[in-house]
Structure formats: C-alpha cells, structure tokens
Write a protein that binds this ligand. Structure first.
Ligand code: GCU
Length: 357
C-alpha cells in the first residue's frame, strides 16, 4: 500500500495513513495512553479496541455517537471490547477506507451511501433523489427488515462487509462563493464538488452546475484555491468543515435526504463470543438512537452558526430545481429490482402518511 504525505484539514492535523495503520495492530491495552492524540478520537480502555474511521471532525454528531458506542460497548462486554474513533479522514478518504475495512486493516467506518453503491448497485435505489421524503421516513426504512435485511448482509460473502445501520445526512443543499442562486441558470459554469458517484454527477448537471467529483477532505483547500466555486452538503458538514468561510451563499435546494452507512468487517465481529456479538448489536442500536438526537440539535445549532457568521441563506422557488431533481431520480431506476425496492420505500412513506392522517 502506498503512503501519502500528511495533510492538514480544517478539523486539525493529519498523520500519514501509513503511520496510523502501522499503529493499529498494537492498539489493544496500550491504546488508552494515546487518548490525547490530536487525530484520534475517544478510546476505551479495553482488551480489544475496534478502530473506526470517520471523515468528520470531532464536533460532528457521528464522532459523538461512535464515541458513545465505544464507551457503551466496553461497559456491556465488561472491558473485553471497545472502540476508538479516528476522525478527520486520518485513516484515509471513504473510497479507500471501505477497502481497508473489507481487508480487515480497519474494523469499522462511516461510509456515505454513494460509496457503497460503487461496491454494489443494489444499494442505488436508496441513494436517489426522492427516495426519502424526510429523516423520519429514512429511519423507518432503515428499521424495516423486509427492505434492508438482505441488502445490508449482501456484501458479506464478497467483501466481508456488514452494514450495521445508518446515520442520516439530512437534507443536502448547494453552497457557492457567489449568489444568490435562484435557479439552474445561476449555477451555470460554476464548479461544484460532488461525491464520487454517477447519480451525484447527473444531479449536479440537472441543477445547472459543473460537477467536480472529489474526496470530502479535499474540499476546503479546493474552495480556497478557487478550483471549486462551491459544493453540496448539509448544514452540519458545511459548518464543521468551515466551508462557509469561503462559500457563504447557502441555497436550500433540498436535492435529497442523504445517508451514511456504518460498516464493519465481519471476521472481526465474529471474533467475539455470542454474548458479546449481541452486546455489539444492541450497543450499535443505542448509538444510532443517540445519533438522531444529536443530529437534530446539531442541525439547528449549525443554522444559527451560519446566520451568526453572515451566511446568506436563500430559499428558491421549489419549482426552480424540483422537476429536474425528480427527473434524475426516475432516470436511475434501471431494473425491475430497483423499481421494486424504490416502490417498497415509497410504500413506507405512504403508510406513515396514513398513520399521521
Ligand atoms: C456528508 C456525509 C459524509 C460524506 C460527505 C461528502 O458529510 O456525512 O459521509 O462523506 O457528506 O459529501 O462526501
């Protein structure tokens, strides 16, 4: 595996990925002593420390929820298992890290659903604009075994990867270094970073911008260098990554409700005895609930921080971008299986609507 030079992110210093990976096998009991290390996260003082890769800063809800997971796991397994969260992409960007988890070099990671789709197209229907109407709808789908049960286990035979569950990315919006953006014509010619995914490339074209695929951790510097005019994400990422410093026009395009998967290496989970595996699953479920609570509070706090920082938040006419966004959703439903899953997801929303009626 190659090495790359240390980089700096808005979230802090980065050690080279190789340095960190070389340190991983030795973590065990000694890991506690490294707890104050700038690029590492919470560490539990336990016999077996699970390494968790995250591309967010320590102030992101995913970091807090996974640190909580490590602490709870240590308690539930009486110190046999715990976790340590490596923030700020310090173990690598998601596209490489998913491979490291598959290989067993890293135990767990938060991976955006777009990257999972690059491993298996079966995940695509959940990544399309229009798939999820709201965070509540997404949560209901995530807990519906008939929709996600087989899907989440489908990468085990081929990649040794298990999807434990998901953390919402909330609604995603576009932000730029100029504005206001009222419709696709205002994004014409602007280079907007997207995740490395065909759906996002098409989506950004439909919104009117020039899509530029790039790893998350590179965006701040690219915005600063003028290589990008903007990007798209939720309020929490926009604030924690400090992108508002360079791209202070935030346009509520609401192009989709995104999803992060928390993935784990199956062989590593199977090292646990049965009771510990159960504790692991229960603890993850509790962390998922903790995440939702944190996410809602943090989205509100981020919006306030944006306003305090002088970000111009613009809400365009929903008709300006809406039809183009919906069209992208339809274009990518390519097979009967995709259609079937998409319909099952819509049916969950409909039954929620009926319940609330
Ligand atoms: C969100 C998401 C990340 C993802 C990022 C991105 O922040 O939570 O998992 O990597 O968007 O746009 O790349």
């Amino acid at each position: 595996m190659g090495t790359r030079p240390s980089r700096r992110s808005p979230g802090g210093h980065r050690a080279s990925r190789r340095d960190l990976l070389l340190g991983l096998p030795a973590l065990g009991l000694g890991a506690f002593a490294l707890g104050g290390c700038a690029q590492a996260g919470a560490t539990t003082d336990v016999e077996n420390v699970l390494s968790i890769s995250l591309n967010q800063t320590e102030s992101h809800p995913s970091f807090s929820a996974l640190s909580f997971f490590g602490e709870q796991l240590a308690e539930a397994t009486e110190g046999r298992w715990g976790a340590r969260v490596y923030a700020n992409e310090s173990l690598g960007a998601q596209q490489e890290v998913v491979q490291l988890v598959s290989d067993g070099a890293v135990d767990m990671a938060v991976i955006s659903s777009t990257q999972v789709e690059n491993l298996s197209m079966d995940f695509r229907p959940l990544n399309l604009p229009g798939a999820f109407e709201s965070i509540d709808h997404q949560l209901a789908v995530l807990s519906d075994e008939s929709i996600v049960g087989e899907l989440f286990a489908s990468l085990e035979p081929t990649h040794r990867l298990r999807v434990l569950g998901g953390f919402t990315q909330g609604s995603r919006h576009v932000y730029t270094d100029r504005g206001p953006i009222e419709g696709p014509e205002d994004l014409a010619g602007l280079k907007i970073r997207v995740q490395e995914s065909d759906v996002f490339m098409a989506l950004m074209r439909a919104l009117g911008g020039s899509p530029t695929p790039m790893a998350y951790g590179e965006v701040y510097t690219a915005l600063q260098a003028g290589v990008l005019n903007g990007a798209e994400n939720n309020e929490v990422s926009y604030v924690t990554q400090r992108h508002y410093e360079i791209a202070p026009y935030f346009t509520l395009t609401n192009h989709l409700v995104g999803l992060d998967y928390v993935m784990a290496n199956v062989d590593r989970i199977e090292e646990m005895d049965e009771a510990d595996q159960q504790a692991y699953a229960d603890t993850f479920a509790a962390a998922q609930e903790e995440f939702v609570r944190l996410w809602i509070a943090e989205t509100d706090a981020s919006t306030q921080q944006m306003l305090d920082a002088g970000v111009e938040i613009n809400e365009p006419d929903p008709e300006a971008f809406g039809p183009a966004i919906e069209e992208v959703g339809r274009t990518f439903l390519e097979s009967a299986e995709d259609e079937g899953m998409y319909r099952a997801v819509q049916a969950v929303a409909e039954s929620m609507g009926e319940e609330n009626a």
